[in-house]
Design a protein around this ligand. Structure first.
Ligand code: GUN
Ligand code: ZN
Length: 434
């Protein structure tokens, strides 16, 4: 420990394992101390002993009503939907027709830059420190997003949307090579730079020709450490249209599989209408499923099968799918996950919900050696949740005795108001009370 050492005193909560399979998978320390140095976790433990071990003069910040937890992961959202969130009245395909033309404006660097600042700031206000994001079709949108994330030293995985059919002119290409070339250029500029990583991003099978999906597969083969994100089995009309466009495939997942897009770097958004065979293939490949309950409720897309995901023990992490999801907040996504699971006969515990938004997210990105909980040496991305963030939540908390009760109240009643502070690599990047 050096003079850069800082300590944070509050309740501390993190996951050590997947609570779906392990009974005691979390640690909750009522009066804890998180010690951080040079952007990394030094230790976490009960405050009484840890305070005595600190170097003399170490700055200790205390949060009397706080619960410190790892920064949230949002594994699916859309930057160029900042200006179209909350569009009324449609399900997926009609809604896309309504909102997609607006994505064109993100090709203008000044527009993309100013909006990237708003977008990432809102996520930090909501306690999200790592996310996987769709840019627009224009590579300028992704340059703007990565530049701002780099300035904030924030972990970001993002990619330019690949699309070459069934999209309005202005956000698609007629040149079959351009999606490949623009993506390759962005990979060489951004992937692995600081805390940034690239995701090859075919929007969905409907908006790509077989040649375009082939290009996506080629990018994955040529760049084995990049991620791949796309939409999968979100809505019944979408599934049907996909199988009309790609006849002869046994399922929607099988279309992506044919082009080499199903592997352990693949993140599939939604996955509501999967069949058993798909779950088995996802398990075998190591791919990640990412339900986005705020979006799935908003668009009426259906209910993600949490029980099946558990039965097949597939990797699972949550997203918001902002701007079909009408929130930046993973607490809201956890709340909607709970309600969605209830409708399908599954009681999602707060430990599971927080797991899917922290350590589960890190595991989904194979970043759990660096992030997801407070093991010594991990990167210090964390949030302070305020259990007294509104007069009523404060009053309700007095009736919550156990960690489970407290976390459940926060996830059912809380949102960005409950995020008192957000830290990225040990630095304060959001202070609600400033
Ligand atoms: N499928 C293809 N594009 C989109 C999108 O932008 N949002 C959602 N929710 N689904 C999609
Ligand atoms: Zn989406």
């Amino acid at each position: 420990m050096t003079s850069n050492t800082k300590a944070y005193r509050a309740s501390i909560f993190h996951l050590l394992d997947d609570p779906r399979y392990k009974k005691q998978a979390h640690e909750f320390i009522d009066d804890g101390l998180l010690v951080v140095c040079d952007g990394k976790v030094v230790s976490v433990g009960p405050a009484a002993a840890a305070l005595a071990a600190l170097p003399p003069g170490t700055e200790v910040t205390q949060f009397d009503d706080g619960i410190i937890t790892p920064g949230f992961f949002d594994l699916h959202n859309h930057f160029p939907q900042l200006s179209t969130v909350a569009v009324y009245g449609e399900q997926l395909l009609g809604w896309l027709n309504a909102i997609i033309p607006e994505e064109e404006v993100y090709k203008i660097p000044e527009v993309a830059t100013s909006r990237a600042k708003i977008f990432l700031k809102e996520y930090l206000r909501a306690g999200t420190t790592t996310m996987v994001t769709y840019g627009s079709w224009a590579k300028e949108s992704v340059d703007a997003l990565f530049s701002e994330a780099e300035r904030l030293n924030m972990r970001l995985v993002a990619g330019k949307v690949m699309a070459n059919r069934n999209m309005p002119a202005g956000i698609t290409t007629t040149d079959p090579e351009s999606d490949y070339e623009d993506s390759a250029e962005l990979i060489s500029r951004w992937h692995g730079r600081g805390r940034l990583a690239y995701a090859v991003t075919p929007r969905f099978a409907i908006s790509s020709t077989p040649e375009d999906l082939h290009s996506a597969g080629r990018l994955m083969r040529e760049n084995p450490t990049v991620y791949m994100q796309t939409h999968l089995s979100e809505n019944p009309d979408e599934v049907k249209y996909t199988l009309d466009l790609f006849p002869g495939h046994k399922s929607y997942l099988d279309v992506y599989d044919h082009f080499g897009l199903v592997g352990d770097r693949s993140i599939f958004g939604h996955c509501i209408h999967l069949v058993d065979e798909d779950f088995a293939r996802v398990k075998e490949s190591g791919a990640v499923l990412c339900p986005n309950p705020p979006s799935n409720m908003f668009l009426g897309s259906g209910l993600f099968k949490f029980q099946k995901a558990k039965d097949y023990s597939v990797r699972l992490a949550l997203g918001t799918d902002f701007g079909a999801g009408n929130t930046f907040s993973m607490l809201n996504s956890m709340e909607n996950s709970y309600k969605m699971a209830q409708l399908d006969g599954y009681s999602l515990s707060p430990f599971e919900a927080f797991y899917f938004s922290t350590l589960g997210g890190a595991r989904a990105l194979s970043m759990d050696d660096k992030l997801g909980n407070f093991a010594a040496g991990k990167e210090a991305d964390f949030v302070v949740m305020d259990t007294c963030c509104t007069p009523f939540i404060s009053w309700r908390m007095e009736h919550a005795k156990t960690p489970l009760e407290k976390l459940f109240v926060l996830m059912m009643l809380g949102d960005d108001r409950a995020i008192q502070r957000t830290y990225v690599f040990g630095e304060l990047v959001h202070n609600r009370d400033a």
